[in-house]
Design a protein. Structure first.
Length: 276
């Protein structure tokens, strides 16, 4: 029987959400399978042309992969298909979700042992804190905040399949009200909508405020640490939000069939004996 190790990494030119979701999925494979290790890659390209692409690519390239992980590998680019290719002794993957992944997302969430989830959760939280040193959640009174991620457009919004991933306002309203019922006081809950910069939220038929934040990394920080309830879209960024958030499972609504498992209310050990 061969005693060799399998080295895997993730690299994609897709958007920030897809690249981060894929990296978490591939790291989960490495943590869960014997004699498999994740090798970081330099992330160098990003779809949708975000104005802070350099910051986002830096976050992805510096994301921790364990204490013994080498420096990120350069020049690991690949085309979108096939999902994985073998090059330079490395399995380079656009994602590690296998056949469950398609144009409408994942049919089932990636199986993930609890310790693997907790380790990746710790890495995510540590990375976000490092990206925003000293940042804290806005001070507020007893009013709770329900954060809504409403993906309305993407690079291929003219395609029929992407239109099916965008919730109409009536569907989104139903999803928001379902989560509101699980808040401490639905009448005093503040609804904050995060959506595309060039999309309107004015026709959403319930009281809300629109976040002016258009930085996906900053938005991820808010959803992870600052929200009391969340509503997810069918998007890769929402998949990462649902995975990383500290919101109780009963207050996570919207599109909950994501590629990554939703928050399990995992308590990280006080000794922090995780391989960051």
């Amino acid at each position: 029987m061969s005693s060799s190790w399998t080295n895997i990494t993730s690299w994609s030119s897709d958007g920030f959400g897809h690249q981060l979701m894929a990296m978490l999925g591939c790291q989960a494979v490495a943590l869960s399978q014997n004699r498999t290790r994740y090798i970081p890659s330099m992330h160098t390209r990003m779809e949708h042309d975000p104005p802070n692409a350099t910051l986002l690519l830096g976050f992805l390239s510096s994301f921790p992969a364990g204490r013994e992980a080498p420096a990120p590998m350069a020049d690991m680019e690949k085309p979108r298909f096939p999902d994985c290719v073998q090059t330079r002794g490395m399995r380079v993957c656009d994602h590690c979700f296998g056949r469950s992944f398609g144009t409408l997302g994942c049919s089932v969430a990636q199986p993930m042992p609890q310790r693997t989830h907790a380790t990746l959760l710790h890495r995510m939280h540590a990375s976000l804190r490092s990206a925003f040193p000293g940042r804290s959640c806005p001070a507020r009174d007893e009013t709770e905040t329900l954060c809504v991620h409403w993906r309305q457009k993407a690079g291929w919004e003219s395609r029929n399949w992407i239109k099916n991933r965008v919730f109409p306002k009536s569907t989104l309203t139903t999803m928001i009200r379902a989560v509101q019922r699980n808040m401490t006081n639905s009448n005093t809950t503040s609804v904050v909508v995060y959506t595309n910069a060039d999309a309107s939220d004015s026709q959403l038929p319930l009281p809300h405020v629109r976040s002016a934040d258009e930085n996906p990394l900053s938005i991820l920080f808010d959803f992870t640490f600052c929200c009391d309830g969340i509503v997810l879209s069918n998007s890769a960024l929402s998949a990462v939000i649902g995975f990383a958030t500290g919101v109780p499972r009963s207050r996570i609504g919207g599109h909950t069939s994501q590629c990554l498992p939703l928050n399990r209310n995992l308590a990280l050990p006080k000794d922090r004996t995780f391989s960051v």
